[in-house]
Design a binder for this molecule. Structure first.
Ligand code: HAM
Length: 434
């Protein structure tokens, strides 16, 4: 009888070997991409002070944090994302390192989200942060690294939904709307609740002209960057800060166009993200047929300062490894376990067990995946089991082999068998496994 405690906690998953392998391969791709762009890996703690993680994460995310008191009475939380930890690390340990600082990290995150397709309470991200540059080329680098990662997954049709927090905030600030109300509006826009967002803007004192501008912005969804920025510029006419932000968006998109990255874009002027630290370009990555983001990022120029560091511009992205694995399996792109030789060493007598371990150790030393029969099975059963589990070669060691100082090598695919010395066997296996 299974007890309720032997189930995984709601929202938590066991990853079985194929799933774990897919996850680790994506992590490998992410790490390799980091290396090619000069991002050094850092490892930050799973548990941080609640206040640090909660500072600018946004109301929705804040409510979903795993918060508890540790035995020392500290109010701590499981990290729901990496950016706050990276900003803390930079402020306390790398503030005066030459800029830019390029950091990569990967690992598990925790959010008490409602479990559903692609939404878990424990999930993994590959996270890249570029610290020290406020220039458009830094934003482009983050888009470029995201693109390279996505290319390596083989996913088809992925595109970047792009917006700019500075345009919306600039507009609202011009109307004298304070940061709390701005944040509430952003949260609603993140959930596509346009009317509720307009309602709060109205209640916070936005003028008729501002509401009209917001409505126009919400309508802008363009694949052609020039067209998008042209329409945005027309809408925000007279709003100085918003114009500056739109100019920044234009510069980034122009650079993207000049590079040969061929990013597929959807520029959406009413797009906002739940995280509150963003100050500039924001983006999310989607594939057709899945309405959840595979990754997201953007510019956050004031977080490092908020944590006590020098004013330092920064930008970054997190790719959702679980969702990318899901999208890959939807597109039939599962990682196939590599065809490789697998050897099973079967001792036929008690006396041969020690030698079986010695032989297996030599094979592993030669780079061959080697298992030892540890179930005490008789040879026929052991060979049947080997067939079932895709073993390519078995090595049988009985009293005759022990006496002659040889082993019997059986090729499970051809059923050929010969008694030879170990060096010959290693050579044969290595030649026949690739
Ligand atoms: P985020 O948009 O909150 O951004 O998360 C990034 C990605 O993590 C999402 O696009 C999604 O793929 C994945 N993700 C988020 N929540 C879940 C969940 N409950 N289940 C499965 N996957 C999930 C950030 O975390 C920012 N720190 C990104 C960033 C880095 N911005 C600047 N630097």
């Amino acid at each position: 009888m299974s007890s309720p405690f032997t189930r995984t906690v709601r929202g938590m998953r066991d990853l079985l070997p194929d799933e774990a392998e897919a996850m680790r391969r994506l992590e490998y791709i992410a790490r390799e991409t980091a290396r090619l762009y000069g991002y050094r890996e850092v490892i930050t703690p799973l548990v941080e002070h609640y206040e640090l993680l909660a500072a600018k994460i946004g109301e929705e995310n804040r409510r979903r944090m795993y918060v508890f008191k540790d035995l020392g009475g500290r109010r701590v939380a499981l990290r729901p994302e990496f950016t706050a930890s990276i900003a803390r690390l930079v402020v306390t340990k790398m503030m005066y390192k030459p800029k830019p600082i390029r950091l990569f990290c990967t690992g598990s995150l925790y959010r008490y989200d409602e479990p559903q397709f692609g939404r878990y309470r424990e999930f993994w991200q590959a996270n890249y942060e570029l610290i020290g540059s406020g220039r458009p080329e830094a934003d482009l680098e983050i888009l470029s690294i995201s693109r390279d990662f996505m290319e390596k997954t083989g996913l088809e049709g992925y595109y970047f939904k792009v917006g700019h927090v500075g345009i919306l905030r600039g507009l609202l600030a011009h109307e004298g709307i304070g940061e709390d109300e701005q944040n509430a509006i952003m949260q609603l826009l993140d959930k596509k609740e346009w009317n509720k967002a307009l309602e709060i803007a109205r209640r916070s004192g936005a003028s008729g002209r501002c509401i009209k501008t917001l409505k126009e912005l919400f309508e802008i969804r363009e694949e052609k960057p020039n067209k998008a920025t042209e329409r945005i510029m027309e809408s925000v006419d007279g709003y100085e800060e918003a114009i500056r932000a739109a100019g920044n968006l234009e510069a980034i998109l122009k650079l993207a166009e000049d590079s040969s990255l061929e990013l597929k874009l959807s520029v959406e002027a009413g797009f906002a993200r739940g995280l509150e630290y963003y100050t500039g370009l924001i983006f999310e990555i989607y594939v057709p047929g899945m309405d959840i983001a595979l990754g997201g990022g953007g510019r956050y120029d004031r977080l490092i300062e908020l944590f006590g560091g020098e004013p330092t511009p920064a930008t970054g992205v997190a790719l959702g490894i679980d969702r990318i694995a899901l999208a890959m399996s939807k597109q039939g792109l599962e990682f196939k376990a590599e065809e490789e030789g697998r050897v099973l060493v079967i001792p036929l007598t008690e006396e041969a067990v020690g030698v079986a371990f010695e032989v297996s150790s030599i094979l592993r030393g030669a780079g061959v995946l080697t298992e030892v029969e540890v179930m005490g099975r008789r040879v026929t059963r052991a060979l049947q089991d080997a067939d079932r589990r895709g073993i390519t070669h078995t090595i049988l060691i009985g009293s005759r082999e022990l006496k002659e100082g040889k082993i019997t090598l059986r090729d499970m695919r051809t059923r050929e068998q010969k008694t030879i010395n170990l060096e010959e066997a290693v050579k044969y296996i290595r030649e026949n496994i690739d």
